[in-house]
Design a protein around this ligand. Structure first.
Ligand code: BES
Ligand code: ZN
Ligand code: ZN
Length: 480
């Protein structure tokens, strides 16, 4: 999708569909009599995400004038605009619109609004149908999205963020037979080459030498070898950041549960267990282009959790890279095991601040559903920074408690710690497990098990992977 910003009278905008914002109880200042008719007849009320289409509007070159419901003016923000543009693309594309424009003005044409409009359009354009062979599936396409009266800088930022989020969704959507840990590593190498990032992949032998027993224990049940993927972004010479952000993403390319095997029903969804890793990749793609002043390193432990004959057993005791011993009581709590070694390694290579994203627990889905990602930390100010960034980016997140009492559940008679804490507060005990591997570094953990995947489409987004965290990660680095 080509992105363009133009100025000039709306009458002259040559597109298949020109969208104008229609608020509740506030008609747009656009000269077309039928807009008034739509409002006064009640056919269009301005409710959020409502649409009305006027064909061959009087005095306009555009083939259609589209009223896009923006809701109440006092509730309208860049997040609402992002969704509205996603919904517009998803509604107008099947109607054959190949060129779509949005008219922005007044309070709504700055960098943030323009960026959000473009993000929304690009995100709305994504379909997870790569493996459908129907030759007609691409007949309906949006070739161009135009922001009339927007910010050039904002549009560029929005394009990079939207495309990077879709990059994450593309990777996250790959089936697990085609996206093994080594294939994910190849994707990271290709991304690095294309974007001018540095890429290093630690293989199984190297991980053995280093002593990553927690990660290797998970990997050993699969015929597919693991990989620890490391992508590095360095700001141009001259920037003097003493900080170094580490983005750690869970990269389980398929989670059967291992010997503690999951039920067959719905297991296919566990291809999504690398959404945290895919988000780290997408963020690095955006970071490479938007060039923040802080060095950023992504670390993605990539494994397949399988119950092969060499698989680890409940009762196995493994030694993590940090030296801590772990009794593995449930092989399905594998994410925290691989993240433990990745978090330790992130400290070794000089990260000063850590944020991880992981589809870590079913328990966070029970607590927060698909609305908020769960946020956990060992450092409240750093968590506040992540939360305010997420809020500004329209990615909903909710801080969860980390009282010391929860840690009790991980006590083990034979080893330093055990990998599960029982059913109560499952996402908090999982976070406590991770915390034991963060040393003294400020760290924020994002449990995205409920937010990384849409089981049903939203008006502004197809079903499937959401690409959550790409915008927050990127903006966290940009705003450092
Ligand atoms: N990848 C899953 C988390 C998950 C489960 C996400 C269901 C979405 C839906 C993770 O590896 C896992 O299996 N966690 C277990 C932990 C338990 C064994 C302590 C869980 O949440 O059930
Ligand atoms: Zn699991
Ligand atoms: Zn998992």
């Amino acid at each position: 999708m080509n992105i363009r910003v133009i100025d000039g009278p709306l009458q002259d905008v040559d597109v298949d569909a020109l969208v104008v914002l229609g608020f509740e109880e506030q008609r747009p200042a656009v000269r077309e009599d039928r807009i008034g008719d739509l409002y006064s007849s009640g056919e269009f009320s301005g409710k959020a995400l409502e649409f009305a289409i006027i064909h061959r509007p009087n005095g306009y070159i555009a083939r259609r004038l589209v009223l896009g419901g923006a809701g109440k003016p006092d509730k309208f923000n860049s997040d609402e605009l992002r969704k509205l543009m996603g919904a517009a693309v998803r509604a107008l594309k099947p109607k054959g619109a190949r060129t779509i424009a949005i008219a922005l003005d007044g309070d709504y044409c700055g960098i943030d609004f323009t960026s959000a409009a473009v993000e929304g359009a690009i995100i709305g354009d994504f379909e997870p149908d790569r493996y459908k062979t129907d030759p007609k599936k691409n007949e309906k396409q949006v070739d161009e999205f135009i922001v009339v009266g927007g910010s050039e800088f904002g549009a560029n930022r929005g394009r990079i963020l939207g495309e990077s989020q879709n990059y994450t969704r593309t990777v996250a959507n790959e089936p697990p037979n085609l996206l093994t840990p080594l294939v994910l590593a190849d994707r990271a190498r290709a991304l690095a080459l294309e974007q001018g990032l540095d890429c290093e992949v630690l293989d199984q032998d190297r991980m053995r030498q280093l002593g990553m027993g927690a990660l290797l224990g998970v990997a050993q049940g699969s015929a597919e070898p693991p990989a620890l993927i490391i992508l590095r972004y360095k700001p141009a010479d001259g920037s003097v950041s003493r900080d170094h952000l580490g983005l750690v993403g869970k990269g389980v390319t398929f989670d059967t549960g291992g010997i503690s095997i999951k039920p067959a029903d719905g297991m296919e969804k566990m291809k999504f267990d690398m959404c945290g890793g895919a988000a780290a990749l997408g963020a690095m793609r955006a970071i490479a282009q938007l060039k923040p002043a802080i060095p950023v390193t992504a670390l993605i432990p990539a494994v397949e959790n399988m119950p092969g004959s060499r698989a680890q057993r409940p009762g196995d005791i493994v030694t993590a890279l940090s030296g801590k011993t772990i009794e593995v009581l449930n092989t399905d709590a594998e994410g925290r095991l691989i993240l433990a070694d990745a978090l330790t390694y992130a400290q070794r290579i000089g990260c000063t601040h850590l944020v991880d994203a992981a589809t870590l627990t079913g328990s966070i889905v029970i607590a927060l559903g698909g609305v908020n990602s769960g946020v956990f930390t060992n450092n409240a100010p750093f968590q506040d920074k992540v939360l305010s960034t997420a809020k500004a980016e329209g990615e909903k997140m909710w801080a969860m408690p980390m009282d010391e009492e929860y840690k009790e559940a991980l006590k083990n008679p034979y080893a330093d710690i055990q990998n599960i804490g029982g059913r109560p507060a499952g996402s908090i005990t999982a976070a406590w497990f991770l915390k034991e591997f963060t040393g003294d570094l400020p760290w924020v953990h994002l449990d995205i098990a409920g937010t990384a995947w849409l089981d049903d489409a939203k008006p502004w987004m197809a079903k499937g992977p959401t690409g959550v965290c790409v915008r927050t990660f990127t903006q966290l680095a940009l705003g450092w």
